[in-house]
Design a protein around this ligand. Structure first.
Ligand code: GAR
Length: 201
């Protein structure tokens, strides 16, 4: 089976991107990272991607409507023959039209055990709620934010002296472990989106 041409969308440092690139370098991994795309020209992850000789694209979002931005995004993904999309710290809300066009082929990593703690300031939300366990979730992207069918999760103990930073760091290590697993499941056809559910085979 040919490895699926995959794009990673980032807005920042790209540590999850780096974990996906490292996984895809293994022989037999069912996805190849064919493009890293950012809305932020200064995203640290872009340099890391270039160091791996991966094509990069920058689509600034300033001065564009969401539809204009997403149309450019869609065109760029198609130009590069992209089959799968991984959001990895991509801090843009995508239009329903874009998400529907890529349904079943676009996934995200989120630093909480969804459906708990959607949106931003996730670790602050977890600490404020007093949960003893948090974690991370890899899921299909659907129009509703952070609500897509779950592909993979990992949990992390919340310690009494945790700060947002200490909790984020422990969860990030788990993100780096499960996101490549989720992409492997998707790219190998062992999980698919069917009638709004993740179906495993
Ligand atoms: C990660 O923790 C990711 O889960 C989070 O942003 C961070 C990006 O870090 N994403 C979200 O909060 C999306 N809702 P990275 O650039 O080092 O991968």
């Amino acid at each position: 089976m040919t490895a699926k041409r995959t794009a990673i969308l980032i807005s920042g440092r790209g540590s999850n991107m780096a974990a996906l690139i490292a996984a895809a370098a293994n022989p037999g991994y069912p996805a190849q990272i064919a493009l890293v795309l950012s809305n932020q020209p200064l995203a640290g992850g872009l340099k890391r991607a270039q160091a791996h000789n991966i094509a990069v694209a920058i689509i600034p979002h300033q001065g564009k409507t969401r539809s204009q931005f997403d149309a450019e995004l869609d065109a760029t993904l198609r130009e590069h023959g992209i089959e799968l999309v991984c959001l990895a710290g991509f801090m843009r809300i995508l239009t329903d039209d874009f998400v529907r066009a890529w349904a079943g082929r676009i996934i995200n990593i989120h630093p909480s055990l969804l459906p708990a703690f959607k949106g931003t300031h996730v670790h602050a939300q977890a600490l404020a709620a007093g949960v003893r366990i948090s974690g991370c979730t890899a899921h299909f992207v659907v129009p509703e934010l952070d609500a897509g069918p779950i592909i993979e999760q990992a949990c992390v103990r919340v310690e009494p002296d945790d700060t947002e930073a200490s909790l984020a760091a422990r969860i990030l290590a788990e993100e780096h472990r499960i996101y490549p697993q989720a992409l492997r499941l998707l790219a190998s056809g062992r999980v698919r989106l069917e009638d709004g559910r993740a179906v495993f085979s």
